[in-house]
Design a protein around this ligand. Structure first.
Ligand SMILES: [Mg+2]
Length: 316
């Protein structure tokens, strides 16, 4: 039996997280613009000179090989995290949804997973990534971006959507626990949307978490992630019985969902976090009507509808 009854949804980065290398780098370095040019383009992203999307289009556009040829080199050069398959099986056994969330191209990630895990196991993993048009003769590799943003894929938005979906299908009174696993700075916006964050040790995401006081759990392999998730599930069941707020709960990530839910909003959930005053000022300034709705809901819960109407009239 699963150690918890709570719904758990895992989102994991792909390049550098599930696989030790970056699928794009393997292709560009061997069959495209070459390592030197790729490093220079990476620097242009870091310095802000060019956007990730713009540079990525140049990198993918430098490939002139059919998909199958590109895949042969990936099969040779990629290493899967040694604990990943066991962790994924653990997710399947415990009804934990496991999703890949990536700035890469979906057809490539799907083929890599099919090859390394087998089609049956890989089919249990949903991939949230950019699409691609790859001509059969290899004369064009063109990303079809998921979102119209500079990053092409707004991973934070995809995690938010995943959370909302999980909450919708959850039982009454159950709040899903969202886990994110990553390695790089590009994971940070999505990582902030999770209740529990895993960062690969010694890489940029971990450094960023330390520099910015963001709570995280470091890992060397998915065997560590499995052990920690097991402990979190046990702790959650003991403390909450799988109902209401999870024992590990990120109020910031859950705020908008809670506002739109039918439950009364707890001021402590919203304004009790480390960004409380900044958040309060932002809401007052940018969303006066939302503040009014919150007041209305809060007052209605404590005083009944007539009292709420009177107080809101006065507030106006
Ligand atoms: Mg990565």
């Amino acid at each position: 039996m699963s150690p918890t009854t709570r719904k758990i949804v895992c989102f994991s980065d792909f390049d550098g997280t599930i696989f030790m290398q970056d699928t794009g780098h393997v292709l560009f370095d061997n069959l495209g613009c070459g390592e030197e040019r790729r490093r220079l383009l990476d620097e242009q992203i870091k310095s802000g000179e060019r956007s990730f999307r713009d540079v990525s289009e140049e990198m993918w556009g430098s490939l002139r090989v059919p998909f199958e040829d590109g895949f042969q080199i990936m099969e040779k050069e990629l290493d899967i995290d040694p604990g990943f398959q066991e962790f994924h099986q653990f997710c399947v056994d415990n009804d934990i949804d496991f999703n890949v969330i990536s700035a890469g191209l979906k057809p490539i990630l799907r083929k890599v997973l099919d090859t390394f895990l087998g089609q049956q196991e890989a089919s249990r993993i949903q991939i949230v990534a950019n699409d691609a048009e790859i001509r059969s003769d290899g004369s064009e590799w063109k990303p079809i971006w998921r979102h119209d943003t500079e990053l092409g894929h707004d991973k934070a938005l995809s995690v938010k959507e995943g959370r909302a979906q999980a909450a919708e299908s959850a039982l009454d009174g159950e709040i899903p626990l969202i886990i994110f696993i990553g390695d790089g700075v590009s994971d940070l916006p999505a990582a902030r949307e999770a209740d529990v964050l895993f960062a690969r040790k010694g890489l940029r995401l971990e450094e960023y978490c330390i520099e910015n006081n963001i709570p995280y759990i470091g890992f060397d392999s998915f065997a560590d992630v499995k052990r920690e998730v097991q402990a979190i599930m046990k702790e959650d069941q003991q403390k909450t019985g799988g109902v209401g707020k999870p024992a590990r709960f990120n109020p910031r990530a859950n705020m908008w969902r809670r506002i739109s839910s039918r439950q009364a909003v707890s001021w402590n959930d919203i304004f009790g976090g480390p960004y409380s005053w900044r958040l309060l000022m932002l809401i007052c300034h940018r969303f006066p009507s939302l503040l009014l709705q919150l007041l209305r809901r809060r007052i209605r819960c404590s005083s009944g509808p007539r009292a709420s109407r009177n107080i809101i009239r006065r507030a106006r």
